[in-house]
Write a protein that binds this ligand. Structure first.
Ligand code: UGA
Length: 421
């Protein structure tokens, strides 16, 4: 098939590269010429393991373009993969979705072939029906699910393992309102040989939010029980190994510690809270998920203060990315931790293998070390991200507060505090 991918961020670049690898002709459409040039050169515009190789290997199947209208005319499917950043009240900013929907609509007006538009951007339940479809119909003068196909197809990729997740996902969720679109999307995904759940568009939009909200809830639950474990001299990792053996519960996403960051969980849970409020529902559990998450950085500083007053001391930070194998620092727990340290009068020395460039823009005045080893020379060390290389540092004689459970630090440090163990 001929596929347009609108947006060269994390969802767009991974999805497009993976479709190209499945043998489809993919045209990436974006506004950022630098990113398009990288893609054309077979290089990933984001830090994501395996993506460079995939783009290089499939260069013959890949094109780039800046003219969305013309690209729609040349393709069968258009995936909307633009950003939906959070607004101040927690709801999603749909301005990019609006601009591209209008352009696609105009282009559809003079399109002779059947074309299908699929939303992969994370949008709240009802967005396709109440916002995207009306724009497409108005601009094209055509009817959705009759003259053109419309679908919602949320992604469940994790940064750092996104390529692997695409090909070996637990499920593909497809929201449609007509048989023809259903067949097109099911045919597209059938080579993956994974369960495909087809439902209404509104339901598929909700599945995305419910999935992320549940995973975030699981983590905050593990942290709440983990805090209790810590206060009771119990290792929460052993507790959740025991709990996770129950197949009704499963062991994944029970790693307690410093809490969740990233561009998805905090944003999506807050958006769901705003959505619930707009429907007159007070989402008590979701509020607590956020509150528990926001409290973990403070707990980390309290653990440090048990051993050392941060004032006037140099505190080392191992890890700035919101998780390993990415340079993404959005909502990273490093941000509140460092703010609290600076407020307490500490000097801060940080190291991350990939995320220092991004972090420098946010905190230009702290000290950026050249290695984890240099950070270890600080008066105390806080572990924020579980990068593999931190497993090979020498922690002997150090004061370590660990937010992510680095086993070597646990074994070697002179003074060691795990957050929930
Ligand atoms: C998350 C979801 O896992 C994906 O399924 C989803 O597609 C994606 O959001 C999205 O909506 O685009 P991602 O944010 O890339 O993926 O990363 P995760 O691996 O889920 O980690 C998120 C945060 O939770 C990280 O800060 C991580 O350290 C933390 N976490 C994760 C824990 O604290 N404990 C755990 O057990 C697991």
């Amino acid at each position: 098939m001929h596929i347009s991918i609108i947006g060269t961020g994390y969802i767009g670049s991974v999805t497009g590269a993976c479709f190209a690898d499945m043998g489809h002709h993919v045209i990436f459409v974006g506004r950022d010429q630098k990113k398009l040039d990288l893609i054309r050169a077979g290089k990933s515009p984001i830090f994501e393991p395996g993506l460079d190789q995939l783009l290089t290997k499939n260069r013959k199947n890949i094109e780039t373009a800046t003219d969305l209208s013309e690209t729609v005319q040349r393709t069968d499917l258009t995936f909307i993969c633009v950003g939906t950043p959070p607004k101040k009240d927690g709801s999603s900013d749909l301005s990019q979705v609006e601009v591209v929907s209008k352009t696609i609509g105009k282009s559809l007006g003079s399109h002779t072939k059947y074309h299908t538009i699929i939303t992969k951007s994370t949008v709240l339940p009802g967005t396709a029906e109440d916002f995207i479809i009306p724009l497409l119909e108005k601009e094209s003068g055509k009817k959705a699910s009759v003259d053109f196909g419309i679908s919602s197809n949320p992604e469940f990729l994790k940064e750092g393992t996104a390529v692997e997740d695409f090909f070996h996902t637990d499920r593909v969720v497809i929201g449609v309102q007509d048989q023809r679109t259903r067949e097109i999307l099911e045919t597209l995904y059938s080579p993956l040989n994974v369960p495909i759940f087809t439902t209404t568009i509104r339901t598929s939009e909700m599945i995305k939010f419910a999935s992320n909200a549940f995973l975030a809830t699981k983590i905050s639950f593990a942290n709440e029980i983990g805090n209790l474990c810590k206060a009771s001299g119990i290792d929460s990792y052993d507790v959740f190994t025991g709990v996770g053996l129950d197949t009704r519960i499963n062991p994944k996403f029970f790693r307690s510690g410093l809490g969740f960051g990233g561009s998805c969980f905090p944003k999506d849970v807050n958006a769901l809270i705003a959505h619930a409020r707009s429907k007159g529902i007070d989402p008590i559990i979701l509020h607590s998920v956020i509150e528990t998450n926001e409290d973990q950085p403070r707990r980390m500083i309290d653990l440090l203060k048990k051993h050392l007053d941060p004032k006037g001391h140099t505190i080392g930070i191992l890890g700035l990315a919101f998780k390993p194998d990415t340079d993404d620092i959005r909502e990273s727990r490093a941000i509140p931790v460092i703010r609290l340290l600076l407020q307490a009068g500490a000097k801060v020395s940080v190291y991350d293998p990939e995320a220092m460039g991004n972090f420098r823009e946010l905190f230009p005045d702290i000290s950026y070390a050249v290695s984890g080893l240099e950070v270890l020379a600080s008066d105390a060390v806080l572990i924020i991200t579980e990068w593999k290389e931190f497993e090979s540092l020498d922690y002997h004689g150090k004061l370590v507060i660990d937010g992510r459970r680095i086993e070597k630090a646990l074994r070697e440090a002179a003074v060691y505090e795990g957050m929930c163990w």
